[in-house]
Design a protein around this ligand. Structure first.
Ligand code: SF4
Ligand code: SF4
Ligand code: SF4
Ligand code: FES
Length: 955
């Protein structure tokens, strides 16, 4: 396991080797200082914990000790020679000397050899002042180099500048292998090797390719590990060393990595993964590490804008005028069309405090429950399904828990692309020997994990998840593999008996559902046995589970499987939804849904409602309000007239784009608060500049329920943080809000939300982060849920009948389209498209299996028209065997692709989560864009022109 956050550690220091988690303590003496450390701690780390810094070059505290440079040699009483302190475990009673004449001489000799093959350009080197080689030369007192600089050397070696974010300058390499080990041990990509031997040895990416052409995924782990200027961030080369840093949380995916935002004045130089972050332990992916340039992109909206109609140019106005205009319109619309005629959407990208405030604004100032969030279109079935079965709408584990799993079942998720830092952790566990089961229509990269021990791919057909999880559970029950003790003690007996009779029926047998899933029955049986027999089996799932007409049913089926096998309530097991956006968990927790107040308290619950009514001083409607799709339908019908959208791009992200566009066009007033003129803003009447995560204070809650601080590192570009704007809109509407800092909003959340009762900013400072529930019962938070009992007492098995989607392949639409994400881009791409990440994915393509391509005469790179019953769009073809025949795949990161023009308005029966993952389509070669794409381009240019006009007028 990895070490928990320890406030006594200085995470900006490198303690040389990883922490030992042994509970047994031993005592040793280093330079006469008595030190007590856990057994298994290296001598180097023990010394470092007592502030005795032994020189080192090849060791780093996130890598296993390697023992190659010998600079860390020490002398140990009673032992011969000078062992390396990084590879020598501390022992009880050991007496270590780190500073003797003999050691000093040895270290100077070593450094002399390194320096004799090093360009002596320290003064102009980008890492001058932050270079371990330079520090070590100083530390060992190197004053001369006897070997001269004229011999054979690497000083003219050519730089590799292919990666947009970092440069490889081999002339500075000391071949310490830290980069190679970081790529293997931390990232798990194995893209680097040390090529050649002796003097000729050098770091090589891939098969001696450039970094860009190799398998490197630009996570930055090697750059962070490098003790010299060999691997250096381009931003550091351009801007110089940062001067100060602030710890904050990544605003991309639901892993919620912690970073030190390293600054020079108010300019961000580098995002360095923070070792004290418990979600990432100092690791990162290309998005959080490097793709932050969008924050200062020229496209940022810097001033509020208004217009009377969407066919008019924008007018840049003051904040007061824009907010007054928005409030005036909202009031007039409600006066004419009623209280229910307006609503809003909270953002899963904004902070908890901001999401809380938007839903509060809607329930108080708007006076209705017409609040929803983009979790509607991703993980709403998770909330519903887990609440029904386990009693709480959240995942059950920490990410680190996977390091104790023996079998990992991944369903409908692609962690190495969508949740990369968790993907690396999972790969580490797989290398250690855990077995992997993947149920996915597509061959995902996880199946190609280097040094994978045991894996099985169940390439099921899109839309057959329920049949698959039922078949797995059927085998568990019919082969007597269930955990009877767990079921008897932790689950509702009547419900279990009913479910057992249901699932034991032969219609759920793997062989019976072969026709549906497309996966041979014996394979499913083998997978079920592997899962049930593993001491610890864990389930990880993503949008490939939820975004279906039976998304909620699959979530409940997953919970059934975990309960039946007793895989809940301890480390190494559990039900783990991998959340898409950074704050999906948080926006749901904060009461963004129309039927739930913060903390999943139903609006019909009079006691809960009473608490909020007393605190907010308003009456709250006991009936749920409109969900996003209902808002669209009501807008088209004329009953819903105005919408406030904070930080979501519903015009791009929601299904059936033409329907969404029609709805947005029907509104009398659309208020969009965002950092760019996104697709939704093109239909807006008021555009309020949003602030990025770098420009505000608050908290995000990641997929492990971890509440992490977001800290402001630079002033808000347009002068206001998002919560301030919501507050001003509320005040303009006549409902007073007077917060002076987001910590006050969190205090209010804690006072009204039982699972957050013990959360406050001071405690977050003290603990680094907190996993809810955090209250009197769990004052330090709850890393693992349901350890002793469930919030509903006993867990409930759910009957999960498979009901095929109505979206089926037929003669007209013979292929099934499914969608997903790619590592380098994020969601609608608004941020990543405005960074160098474009190098890896500058357009969405349609992956087609070679059989389907051959049948249609399609070649790689051809333009393909894709038609569904919802619409038609055009993408370039990529022939790929990742898909099974009959299934095609695309991403949705570029708006002009129109991926959602073809997705339908089918949705989950319980939550209306759209069925993005199954669309029956036909594809054919074409020569020009679709009608929708042509219109999209026209409107795009027109709206951009309106924006330019507004800016020109002001300047
Ligand atoms: S950036 Fe990451 S993936 Fe690429 S070589 Fe370095 S450690 Fe490996
Ligand atoms: S590139 Fe850096 S980390 Fe890698 S071997 Fe060279 S000096 Fe060491
Ligand atoms: S894994 Fe997710 S949270 Fe972590 S750096 Fe990447 S995008 Fe950010
Ligand atoms: S730091 Fe110990 S051998 Fe290099």
């Amino acid at each position: 396991m990895l070490q928990h956050f320890d406030p006594k550690l200085d995470y900006s220091r490198d303690y040389g080797t990883p922490a030992s988690l042994s509970e047994k303590q031993i005592t040793l003496e280093v330079d006469g200082v008595e030190i007590r450390v856990p057994e298994g701690t290296s001598v180097m780390r023990a010394a470092a914990l007592a502030d005795i810094n032994i020189p080192k070059l090849c060791a780093s505290d996130n890598l296993e000790a390697f023992g190659s440079c010998r600079l860390c040699a020490v002398q140990i009483e009673g032992r011969r020679g000078m062992p390396a302190s990084c590879t020598t475990p501390a022992e009880e009673g050991m007496k270590v000397s780190t500073q003797t004449d003999k050691l000093a001489k040895l270290r100077r000799n070593i450094m002399e050899l390194y320096i004799s093959d090093h360009p002596l350009d320290c003064l102009t080197c980008p890492t001058n002042g932050n270079c371990e080689l330079q520090d070590m030369a100083g530390a060992v007192g190197l004053r001369e180099v006897r070997y001269g600089f004229d011999g054979e050397n690497h000083l003219q070696a050519e730089k590799d500048t292919s990666n947009p974010y970092f440069t490889y300058d081999p002339s500075k390499c000391i071949v310490c292998s830290r980069c190679v080990r970081a790529c293997s041990e931390v990232q798990g990509t194995f893209a680097l090797t040390i090529d050649g031997r002796g003097f000729d040895s050098r770091v090589a990416a891939g098969q001696d390719e450039s970094f860009l052409d190799s398998e490197c995924v630009s996570c930055g782990a090697c750059v962070q590990a490098c003790p010299t200027a060999t691997l250096t961030e381009n931003s550091v080369i351009e801007m110089g060393q940062p001067e100060h840093s602030v710890v904050t949380t990544c605003a991309y995916c639901g892993v919620g990595c912690s970073f030190e935002a390293e600054m020079k004045g108010d300019k961000l130089v580098r995002m360095l993964p923070y070792k004290g972050g418990e979600a990432n332990h100092g690791h990162s992916c290309v998005k959080g590490r490097f793709a932050f340039g969008y924050a200062t992109h020229k496209d940022r909206i810097r001033a509020p804008m208004i217009r009377d109609s969407i066919d008019q140019p924008w007018r840049e106005v003051s904040w007061e005028e824009a907010i007054g205009f928005a409030a005036g319109r909202l009031k007039a619309i409600q006066a004419e069309h009623g209280r229910e005629s307006v609503g809003g959407i909270t953002s899963s990208r904004c902070t908890n405090e901001e999401a809380y405030l938007v839903q509060k604004l809607i329930r108080t100032a708007f006076g209705n429950n017409n609040t929803d969030t983009c979790a509607r279109v991703c993980h709403s079935p998770t909330g519903y399904g887990l609440k029904q079965t386990l009693g709480e709408s959240a995942g059950t584990q920490t990410f680190d828990s996977v390091l104790k799993a023996d079998c990992v079942l991944v369903i409908g998720a692609n962690p190495t692309d969508a949740h990369p830092v968790f993907g690396s952790l999972l790969r580490r566990r797989l290398r250690e020997g855990a077995s992997l089961l993947v149920a996915d229509p597509r061959h995902i990269d996880l199946l190609d994990t280097p040094h994978l021990n045991d894996s099985m791919h169940l390439p099921l057909r899109p839309g057959s998840n329920v049949a698959m999880v039922n078949a797995l559970a059927h085998v568990v029950i019919n082969e007597g593999l269930e955990d009877s003790d767990f079921i008897a003690s932790r689950c509702d007996t009547d419900g279990y008996n009913q479910w057992r009779d249901f699932i034991a029926d032969v219609r759920h047998a793997p062989e019976s559902v072969e026709e549906i899933t497309g996966v041979p029955g014996d394979k499913v049986r083998a997978a079920a046995r592997a899962f049930a027999k593993a001491p610890n089996a864990a389930i990880y799932y993503g949008l490939g589970v939820t975004e279906h007409s039976q998304g909620s049913t699959t979530v409940m089926g997953i919970a059934n499987l975990a309960l039946a096998t007793g895989n809940i309530g301890r480390e190494g097991v559990g039900v783990n939804p991998l959340r898409g956006q950074n704050n999906v968990q948080g926006s749901c927790d904060m009461g963004s849904f129309p039927h739930e107040l913060p903390g999943y308290q139903h609006v019909s619950d009079s006691v809960a409602r009473g608490h909020f009514e007393a605190a907010w001083g308003v009456e709250i409607d006991p009936e749920p309000g409109l969900r996003i799709p209902n808002m669209f339908d009501a807008a088209i019908a004329g009953a819903f007239r105005a919408m406030y959208v904070q930080g979501e791009d519903i015009a791009q992200s929601d299904p059936n784009t033409q329907h969404v566009e029609q709805a947005l066009r029907s509104l009398d007033c659309l208020i969009v608060q965002d950092i760019f003129l996104n697709e939704t803003a093109k239909f807006a009447h008021v555009l309020l500049p949003g602030s990025t995560f770098l420009e505000k204070n608050g908290t995000f809650t990641n997929a492990e329920r971890r509440i992490n601080r977001v800290r402001k590192v630079m002033p808000a570009l347009a002068g206001k943080e998002d919560w301030e704007v919501t507050q001003e809109l509320s005040n303009a509407l006549g409902y007073p809000m007077n917060y002076s800092h987001p910590s006050e909003i969190m205090d209010e959340i804690a006072s009204l939300t039982p699972s957050f009762a013990g959360v406050n900013y001071d405690k977050l400072e003290q603990y680094g982060s907190l996993q809810w529930p955090c209250n009197d019962v769990h004052p330090e938070g709850s890393p693992i849920m349901h350890v002793d009992d469930f919030p509903i007492g006993k867990a409930k098995f759910a009957i999960t009948e498979f009901v095929p989607t109505t979206e089926r392949a037929n003669r007209r639409f013979p292929l099934l389209l499914t969608t997903g994400r790619i590592l380098s881009q994020y969601n609608v791409g608004a941020q990543t498209r405005r960074t160098e990440n474009q190098v890896w994915h500058n357009e969405d393509v349609l992956e087609v299996h070679p059989h389907d391509a051959e049948e249609r005469g399609i070649n790689d790179g051809d333009w393909l028209g894709i038609s569904s019953r919802a619409g038609h769009t055009v993408l370039r073809a990529r022939i790929s065997e990742r898909m099974q025949p009959g299934v095609v795949y695309t991403t949705f990161h570029h708006p002009h692709s129109g991926a959602n023009v073809i997705t339908t308005d089918n949705s989950d029966w319980a939550t209306n989560c759209p069925e993005y993952k199954v669309t029956a389509v036909q594809v054919e070669k074409v020569t020009q864009p679709s009608e929708w794409q042509k219109n999209f381009h026209d409107n795009h240019h027109r709206q951009q022109g309106f924006l330019r006009e507004a800016r020109t007028e002001v300047s």
